[in-house]
Design a protein around this ligand. Structure first.
Ligand code: VG1
Ligand code: CO
Length: 552
């Protein structure tokens, strides 16, 4: 179809020989290898189920885009033609199909869409041998809840046909109005609305003053979606020198990298800040732009601490100058933010892993900020975590306080104490071994209370269950917790985003009050708990791995 195509396109019903049985979305969307998505009808089956389940499809507006990975443009073409066959009135797509997850959330809200489809496997590698993914967001701009993804999964299991129109969709290079039959397609610049939202939340003049003073910054877009956003914000608007944004061109395979902003996969940036002397601030975002890593000169900011620092300093940003309604963190995230919330006298909620659990609290106005230990932080400005927002928030704080990142952390710990924290990931473990380990540990939980662990006594051990305070829905089985008498804890979960075997995540946390030893290496501060859980869960024996794949 082209801009001038007006004739009714031919609608086809395609029959499936057999339904797909493996289209169950995980923590954040349906995530599979690119190869799996390239099977005939695989993407179409999932999208058909989405269009049958999402409220308001007939006559509705949908937002569509992705993180630029291999498969993005093909999927956009298929989804546009399926949208036309399902009676959508309008689809808003972005030029080049490039749309970060937080920018998609913003567009859905601004344009009062029925929801959005974001083509991303987030921090998973891309390319023909990498991963692809589909995330579906609802009318509030946030990830759809489990009740929706369960219904989509049920639908795929018995699906025998899907509807699509024939032909090709418009090319997406240039913003403008197009159509497929009666359905309008509006191609917009995916960066504009997002950047104007950021300008409303933060004081760009003040941040610009900081960046134009002696404050060299390195931002690593990891050849993923944030490149164009970061160039506009940091270089064009805030005046950081050209080249401050590294790896800023989105590539289908992320340049062969793993677009996960942590010390392992963003090691080049980490080395610049932690070993070198040329930069005072460093940051990186993930494949779809919702995660962030913050670094100062010789200083790595643990994401759990980052949420606590933003909470403690929130009123320095214009958007939050009036204070916060409340905060929330996912269960495995450290309690650093709880201590700050306690001092501020605001509510602090503990939710299961995954941004979808923050949606109700944000919609109900119960919280303003929220975050996860997995480099995710966000606020009520959208309904997703937002990598560039977090970077700007940090810059706002530094622009007002005019000190280093390390000084911010030091003064924070001096005031609130320090939650030593680390996450150990064992990736691509054979599925049976990982489930065997997890099931065995779960079976041990009832006997653990009162037993000794890492020189302390276990005060409670359970599998985390959550009752949503807004709609009272209950979500069970969200991670094994071993709580110690002094407030320290270990959590063990199986990842819901990996695609190769299983990933075991071990989360470790131990609190030292202000006045205690605040200067330790977390791996040393947590050493006895690390060996304690390794022994109790038989990690080495059962995985055959003598160390984690990623340590954060
Ligand atoms: C991981 C993180 C979780 C995050 C999820 C989606 O899930 O631990 O905190 O919400 O990824 O993030 P899991 O199930 O693998 O632990 V993203 O940037 O992929 O949308
Ligand atoms: Co992501």
């Amino acid at each position: 179809m082209t801009a001038s195509a007006s004739a009714e396109p031919t609608q086809t019903i395609v029959h499936l020989d057999a339904p797909f049985t493996d289209q169950k979305p995980g923590t954040s969307g349906l995530r599979k290898s690119s190869q799996q998505f390239e099977q005939p009808h695989y993407l179409e089956s999932f999208i058909e189920a989405v269009f049958r389940t999402l409220p308001g499809v007939q006559g509705g507006t949908l937002v569509l885009g992705g993180d630029g990975r291999y498969g993005n443009l093909r999927a956009i073409d298929v989804i546009l033609r399926m949208a036309a066959a399902h009676g959508l009135k309008q689809v808003i797509v972005t030029s080049g199909g490039i749309l970060s997850t937080p920018a998609a959330s913003n567009l859905i809200r601004r344009r009062e869409a029925i929801g959005g489809i974001i083509l991303s496997a987030s921090h998973n590698p891309g390319g023909p041998k990498g991963d692809f993914g589909v995330k579906v967001n609802g009318a509030n701009g946030g990830p759809t809840p489990g009740s929706f993804t369960d219904a989509v999964f049920e639908c795929t299991k018995t699906l025998r046909q899907y509807a699509i129109v024939e032909g090709v969709s418009p090319r997406l290079e240039t913003p403008g109005q197009y159509s497929i039959g009666a359905m309008q397609i509006e191609v917009v610049d995916g960066v504009d609305d997002f950047v104007s939202l950021m300008q409303q939340l933060f004081d760009f003049d003040r941040i610009s003053d900081l960046l134009r003073s002696d404050f060299p910054l390195a931002f690593d877009a990891m050849h993923a979606v944030t490149g164009p956003y970061a160039k506009r914000v940091f270089e064009d608007l805030l005046g950081a020198p050209a080249g401050s944004v590294r790896n800023g061109i989105p590539l289908e395979d992320f340049g062969g990298g793993h677009p996960d902003p942590n010390l392992t996969y963003a090691h080049d940036l980490a080395a610049l800040l932690l070993d070198g002397n040329d930069y005072r601030f460093g940051a990186a975002c993930d494949g779809d732009g919702d995660r962030n890593m913050i670094l100062g000169h010789r200083c790595f900011v643990n994401p759990s601490d980052s949420l606590a620092v933003l909470t403690a300093n929130a009123t320095l940003a214009p958007a939050y100058a009036g204070g916060l309604a409340g905060v929330a963190r996912s269960m495995p995230t450290s309690s650093a933010v709880d201590v700050v919330a306690g001092e501020l006298g605001i509510d602090c909620f503990e939710t299961p892993t995954g941004w979808k659990f923050f949606g109700n609290l944000l919609d109900a106005g119960r919280i303003t900020l929220c975050g996860e230990e997995s480099f995710g932080t966000g606020s009520n400005h959208v309904r997703e975590k937002d990598g560039l927002w977090a970077v700007l928030f940090w810059l706002q704080i530094l622009a007002v306080r005019r000190c280093s990142v390390a000084e911010v952390m030091r003064s924070h710990w001096n005031r609130f104490g320090r939650h030593y924290y680390s996450r150990h990931d064992y990736e691509a473990v054979p599925s049976e071994a990982a489930h065997g380990l997890y099931d065995r540990l779960e079976a041990l939980l009832p006997e653990l209370r009162g037993q000794s662990f890492a020189g302390r006594s276990i005060s409670a051990a359970d599998n985390f269950s959550y009752t949503d305070p807004v709609d009272q829905s209950v979500t069970k089985g969200q991670g094994l917790r071993i709580l110690l008498e002094d407030g320290s804890r270990v959590v063990v979960r199986l990842s819901g985003t990996g695609t190769k075997g299983a990933t075991i995540r071990v989360y470790l946390e131990s609190y030292v009050p202000s006045g205690g030893d605040l200067d330790q290496d977390p791996q040393i501060a947590l050493a006895d708990m690390i060996s304690g859980i390794n022994a109790l869960a038989e990690i080495q024996q059962r995985t055959g791995m003598d160390r984690p794949t990623v340590i954060t």
